[in-house]
Design a protein around this ligand. Structure first.
Ligand code: ZN
Length: 118
């Protein structure tokens, strides 16, 4: 996990929980008018999406994944939690023969089949 994004995700999680609690409390006790609740609901939605984006980035995944998954709500969260952490992979390697860039897990060059230099 990438610490910088994990921290952003944790802060967004806190803001999500507090703003959702405030919206639910205000609704249940009829404390605010519907118009007055809108900014609070906006904070909740933005922090919810930010949380997914940050946790996807922390796992070394595309931030776009964190934009799509919140549409699936709890199922999206379970999918995000089950995804393999790609942030600890070694960096890509460059082929000595053709200078092509290859993913760390490939043992031969994807362009010219030359073996990965050790
Ligand atoms: Zn090559």
């Amino acid at each position: 996990m990438i610490k910088k994004y994990t921290r952003i995700g944790n802060i967004a999680l806190g803001v999500t929980v507090v703003s959702l609690g405030a919206v639910m409390y205000a609704t249940a006790n009829n404390l605010m008018s519907e118009d007055a609740r809108l900014p609070l609901i906006a904070v909740y939605v933005i922090s919810f999406w930010t949380m997914f984006w940050a946790y996807a980035k922390a796992k070394g995944r595309s931030g776009a994944l964190g934009i799509v998954l919140p549409f699936f709500n709890v199922i999206g969260l379970v999918i995000l939690l089950c995804l393999k952490d790609l942030s600890n992979l070694p960096p890509d390697w460059a082929c000595e023969k053709c200078k092509g860039k290859n993913p760390a897990l490939d043992s031969t060059c994807r362009y010219c089949s030359a073996p990965q230099p050790s």
